[in-house]
Design a protein around this ligand. Structure first.
Ligand code: ACM
Ligand code: ZN
Length: 767
């Protein structure tokens, strides 16, 4: 039986047995409990389940829980078709509020007669509701009535969050999302017990929140002509046959025949979102980024930047002018309105990536520095931030800033959001100083970066603390957050694809204890969630297909066997280099390959929507003969070129800076700054075999053996591993590896034999 027919048949059988059970009223088969994030303790009692019926009553023991009860009723009613009654006091499902204890903790107890959720604070009750939601069949997420039994397995769960901050940031400036789209993301966050929505409301490319005192911020600042990001999205939509990159028509505004892109939230819409989030136990943290990333503001009001001639500097845009009282007043007036809209105590000032060249030339900035004894422009930014922080505090707010706020002097009370993983000590410095820290390290927590087969695990296995931190420092780590920067994310579909499933790993890292770290278990539970996400119509990223490398070698003939962690994914392929469509050949099981073949495999969602495609080459090979040369020195030779380009082929043209001997493929210790490396030597193949070469780099790298490209991992990118294969005869084979990066980066090569055994680098390399 082929796999896909098998899958469809299984789905049909499952459906039939469910319907049969439903119609004859026998005992429901308890489903194995699969929850994400994993709770602290789950005891399955083995007793009959609780059945949700049209007469189930939701009880709540305190008026404060009425919104939670309404929320639960609204969650359960579309799929069940039941209009469940609510009652203050005891119900069949009872929500109870506990004062004190760890915030967000809860217990959930099921018996055949009732479900009791007892939460520490409102947030704990909401967390318990999400667990109940996940205990119910995936169909509970359907927006239309599904006729089936609604059984909740009989369990006793005790649960509490590891961190108080489990956040997600959405950049609505680079591309805009409607209130409905934001609410959908909030719903998804709630499902995984994420509780902080960091709303990046303003940036150079668009001002997205109505400020009554400064109407031009949205009248003009919310709209733009297509920029380079938009044009790249439009290009990618075509090049990758991916409609998710298209600029949605509802974000366009035609004015006098001119097409403008944008949008903004009115203050009423902001209040509505804040309330919607609050009901789901989510605090909304607004960010009005300043003093940099403000082009959409400074271009529309004079007296805010150093001069009215605003635009782009060498790296970033014209910032606000800390030397002008009018600028400070503008910034504070904006925040005055923001404070009224957002009840949560934390507010984010941004503070990242400020280009200070204008400040060096501005007489007002220079006077401010003289008057306040400030020696550097970094101190001037710190002075500005402290002015703003005093204003925040006077209005009952606490400030968060990106980790640049450490430079030039950190205040006592601001919270640092650590993102620059290259500023390695930022979180140590902040916590030593007694400041709280939120971890959002670039690259793993930057959800705008393309995903690959390692990106979920890189988050899941991340340890959000630094070695040697004291207990007191660890207590200052508030939690973790993923950032969805949206330069190249123009649509709801693309945004959700970038968020999920990585946000599931962030949710679990933030919620479950480190002792529960279990990648295999997490992968299985994540795969279970794909079924639920399909019912919710969330276009998550289908995990990478497995069973091949970027390039593969075989002798004679081979079998290509492709698999996917997501059992709902449909796989199609071509062998003519074209991108597979819904009409391409369905992958139905192992493929016999006897000649060199270029495959393009593509996944499709259960609903037929197009997913990613991947190209892989299976090369019919002979064992490449070894060289007659007998190299005499162990290790490899590395040449460091002062390279500023972004293609490995061009490294040799850059000036040579140094020559090193290395034992293994690595960036030599003294090599930093602008790196272009050419590593040469010989690979000593221990036997006739097909070898795999896994080349990990940030940025680009290439590997040639016997003068033939084996791994092409070229171009600027975040850490990315690519694997190629080559059949080699025992003996020495000339090797050339190239690598470039401009800020330290990563370089690693793993060599494996055909059994997948990693060959230790000692004895592997000679030159
Ligand atoms: C940032 O990514 N600029 C905070
Ligand atoms: Zn200035």
């Amino acid at each position: 039986m082929n796999k896909n027919i098998g899958r469809q048949l299984m789905a049909a059988l499952t459906l039939t047995s469910t319907l049969l059970l439903a119609s004859c009223g026998g005992p429901a088969i308890p489903e194995p409990v699969s929850l994400l994030p994993q709770p602290s303790q789950v005891a399955e009692t083995g007793n009959p389940p609780f059945e949700l019926t049209s007469s189930t009553i939701i009880g709540y023991d305190s008026p404060e829980l009425l919104p939670a009860a309404v929320y639960l009723g609204d969650l359960l009613s579309p799929a069940t078709g039941y209009a469940l009654s609510l009652r203050e006091g005891k119900g069949d499902i009872s929500l109870r509020l506990h004062a004190g204890g760890q915030k967000g903790a809860y217990t959930l107890t099921t018996t055949p007669e009732e479900v009791v959720i007892s939460g520490n604070g409102y947030e704990g009750v909401i967390a318990g509701i999400q667990t109940l939601r996940q205990l119910l069949p995936d169909d509970i997420e359907a927006t239309r009535k599904v006729s089936r039994r609604w059984a909740v397995p009989n369990v006793h769960i005790t649960d509490a969050p590891r961190y108080e901050w489990r956040g997600l940031m959405l950049d609505v400036s680079r591309h805009f999302y409607s209130t409905e789209e934001v609410k959908e993301l909030l719903d998804l966050m709630a499902l995984y017990k994420m509780n902080k929505f960091h709303w990046h409301l303003t940036d150079d490319q668009g001002w997205r929140v109505e400020i009554k005192q400064y109407p031009l911020l949205t009248e003009k600042g919310a709209w733009r002509h297509f920029n380079s990001h938009d044009r790249e999205c439009i290009r990618l939509a075509k090049a990758q046959d991916n409609p998710d990159y298209e600029i949605p028509a509802d974000k366009l505004h035609i004015e006098n025949g001119d097409t403008l892109y944008g949008g903004f939230y009115t203050q009423d819409e902001v209040r509505d979102i804040v309330q919607y989030a609050g009901i789901r136990g989510i605090d909304v943290v607004p960010e009005i980024d300043m003093p940099g990333h403000m082009l959409a503001a400074v271009g529309n009001y004079s007296g805010v930047a150093c001069t009215d001639d605003t635009g782009w500097g060498t790296t970033f845009s014209s910032p606000a002018c800390p030397g002008k009282d009018s600028a400070i007043e503008f910034c504070q007036n904006v925040y005055k309105e923001i404070f009224q809209l957002f009840p949560y105590k934390y507010v984010h000032i941004g503070g990242d990536e400020v280009e200070k060249t204008n400040w060096k030339k501005c007489p007002d900035c220079q006077k401010r520095m003289r008057d306040n004894g400030l020696k550097t422009e970094e101190q001037l930014q710190a002075w500005f931030t402290h002015q703003m922080e005093d204003f925040f505090n006077a209005n009952g707010k606490e400030m968060i800033g990106w980790d640049e706020i450490i430079e030039g002097g950190l205040s006592e009370t601001s919270t640092v959001m650590w993102w620059r993983s290259w500023a390695k000590n930022a979180s140590r410095e902040a916590t030593t100083h007694g400041n709280k820290v939120i971890y959002t390290p670039n690259a793993p927590f930057y959800l705008d970066y393309q995903q690959d087969k390692k990106s979920v695990r890189a988050i899941y296995d991340y340890v959000p603390e630094l070695e040697g931190m004291t207990e007191a420092q660890q207590e200052l780590i508030m939690g973790v957050q993923g950032n969805i920067w949206c330069e190249w994310i123009p649509s709801r579909e693309r945004m959700l694809y970038m968020a999920a499933p990585r946000m599931l790993a962030i949710a679990e890292l933030g919620w479950s204890g480190p002792q529960q770290n279990d990648w295999t278990g997490f992968s299985r539970r994540m795969a279970d969630q794909f079924h639920r996400l399909n019912v919710m119509d969330i276009p998550y990223r289908i995990p990478d297909l497995e069973g091949f490398n970027e390039s593969n070698a075989f002798i004679g003939e081979t079998k290509v066997e492709v698999s996917c962690l997501d059992s709902t994914a449909v796989i199609r392929y071509t062998t003519d280099g074209s991108i597979p469509t819904a009409a391409s050949t369905l992958y139905e099981g192992p493929l016999q390959v006897t000649e060199t073949t270029d495959f393009t495999f593509r996944t499709f969602r259960a609903n037929g929507a197009k997913g990613d495609f991947v190209k892989t080459r299976f090369v019919k090979s002979e064992y490449a003969p070894a060289t007659q040369t007998a190299p005499s020195s162990p290790g490899l030779e590395a040449l460091w070129h002062d390279f500023r380009g972004n293609r490995c082929a061009n490294i040799s043209e850059a000036p040579l800076k140094g020559r090193y001997k290395i034992e293994d493929v690595c960036i030599p210790k003294r090599v930093s700054g602008n790196i272009g490396l050419i590593v040469r030597g010989y690979l000593n193949a221990p036997a006739d075999d097909i070898y795999s070469f896994a080349l990990l780099s940030d940025d680009g790298s290439t590997l040639a053996i016997d003068g033939e490209m084996v791994v092409d991992n070229d171009g600027p990118h975040a850490p990315k591993e690519m694997t190629g294969q080559k059949a080699l005869k025992k003996g020495y084979h000339p090797l050339e590896l190239r690598y470039f990066d401009s800020n330290g980066g990563t370089l690693q090569l793993k060599v494996m034999d055909s059994d997948g055994q990693v060959i230790p680098f000692t004895h592997l390399y000679m030159h």
